[in-house]
Every structure is written in C-alpha cells, then in structure tokens.
Design a protein around this ligand. Structure first.
Ligand code: ZN
Length: 250
C-alpha cells in the first residue's frame, strides 16, 4: 500500500495541482490529509473541492476551524486573520459543511497495515500545538495509540523517532526532502511539510509518500508556479506579505 500524505495546502491551487501530478507519477493507492486546506491562499473553494474529490481521510487544521468558527481568528497574526476573514466570506456552504465535519484526530488501523497510523494537525493531544522540538514531540508519542503518527501545522518537513530506553526522541529536519526508514519497535512522528506554504527555508512545496511494504516514508520537494499563486493573492486583495513569504519559504 502506498499513501500520498499532504498537509497545509492553504488554498494554494497551483501547489496542490502540482502535488497531485507528482503523486500520480509516483503512484499512490490513497491519500491522507493533515488539515489546513484553507487560509492564506486565494483558492479555498477549489482546494476544498479537490480534497473532497480525493475522498481521503482528512483531519481538521486550525485554519479550517477558523474558517467556519468566528472568534477563532483572534489568536491569529494580523495577516493570517485578514486571510481567514476573506476566506469565510467566499467559502461555499458545501465547503463550510465539509470543513465543519472534519475531526481533529483520526486513527487508521486495518489488517492490511503493518503499523496503525494516527493523523493529527499540530499534535496528538492538541490540534493547535506547534511541535518543533524533540521535547514537544514527546506529547504526541505519549498520547498516541499507534507507533506511526503524521502531523502538520509547523510547515516543516521533518521526523522524530522514539526508540525504547531513550528519553528524548531523535530529530531529523528534511528541508531538502529525504526519507525515513521505519524500524521495528521505534515510534515515529513525521511531518510531510507543507503543500501550500513551506516555512523551512525552502520555497519548494512538499508532501510524503508512505510505502507500507518497504516500511519507508519519503518526503518529496517540488517546484510549482509561485508567481501564479502570488498574482491571484494580489488580485483578490490578500495581504502582500502573505504572498511574498512564498518566494522565501518562510
Ligand atoms: Zn498550516
């Protein structure tokens, strides 16, 4: 079984379209989505339509929640807040209902899977928590029922691994992409990076492929038409710094 794992699309249609082309080329059986389909970008309805069409298991991100829950944006930076207020205005009823139905945590366990998988946005216990350090990762390892966890939210491609008899997990950032070979009796917390707004210094979009037979998770970085995304953000009046950051991957 090969899973295509996408996260933090953030209404960036050119990046999502390229991600799906790349995943088609790499051949995956099904998709998993770690939330933040909307927010920041100029195509929230189009991106929701595509994710709904994928018919994949998807968890809710903090921006997905803010798009349908007035008040939640008070915790956002001013730029993110402006984007989510605009998103709320143009989101279709159908897509608002879709986002409302998403849950913050999903477990995927089946006879076909060698390892159960937990999907979350920020961390297993808290959708809004930023997992950036090995100490942060411990919260998710402690709360999960499965040895393999995928998360998003930070927009950094990376993995953490926790073996027996160690206190702190190992931490491997992968801003240029790379792989994680899953070993027995080790728990993994893996971030596929962001499709629509990378922040790890590499403006290339990011996703992961988990091959269950090979026990391998590969993180792939790829180019997309950043200028098209920026032009559309400008066209609909979203804050300029939110468009500029895409060129820098911050
Ligand atoms: Zn996000």
């Amino acid at each position: 079984m090969r899973y295509g794992i996408i996260s933090d699309i953030h209404a960036n249609l050119p990046a999502l379209e390229r991600a799906l082309e790349e995943l088609d080329r790499l051949v995956v059986d099904t998709f998993l989505c770690l939330g933040d389909i909307v927010g920041y970008g100029a195509w929230p309805n189009e991106c929701c339509d595509i994710v709904r069409e994928l018919d994949c298991i998807c968890v809710r991100g903090n921006h997905d929640e803010a798009a349908i829950r007035p008040g939640k944006e008070q915790w956002f930076t001013s730029g993110a807040r402006a984007c989510i207020l605009w998103t709320r205005e143009i989101l279709s009823q159908e897509n608002a209902d879709f986002l409302r139905a998403l849950e913050p945590l999903r477990e995927v366990v089946s006879d076909e899977l060698p390892l159960g998988i937990t999907l979350c946005h920020g961390s297993v216990p808290d959708q809004d928590f930023y997992t950036t350090t090995a100490a942060d990762a411990v919260y998710s390892f402690q709360a999960a029922n499965t040895p393999l966890i995928f998360f998003g939210h930070t927009h950094y491609a990376e993995w953490f691994a926790l073996g027996a008899d160690v206190v702190l997990p190992m931490h491997q950032p992968l801003p240029e992409g790379g792989s994680c070979k899953l070993k027995p009796n080790v728990a993994y917390l893996i971030n596929p990076g962001a499709v629509g707004q990378p922040r790890d210094g590499n403006p290339q979009a990011s996703f992961a492929v988990y091959d269950t037979e090979a026990a391998l998770v590969e993180i792939c970085r790829f180019d997309y038409d950043i200028q098209r995304t920026q032009e559309q953000m400008h066209e609909v009046g979203l804050p300029e710094p939110m468009a500029m950051r895409l060129s820098l991957g911050i």
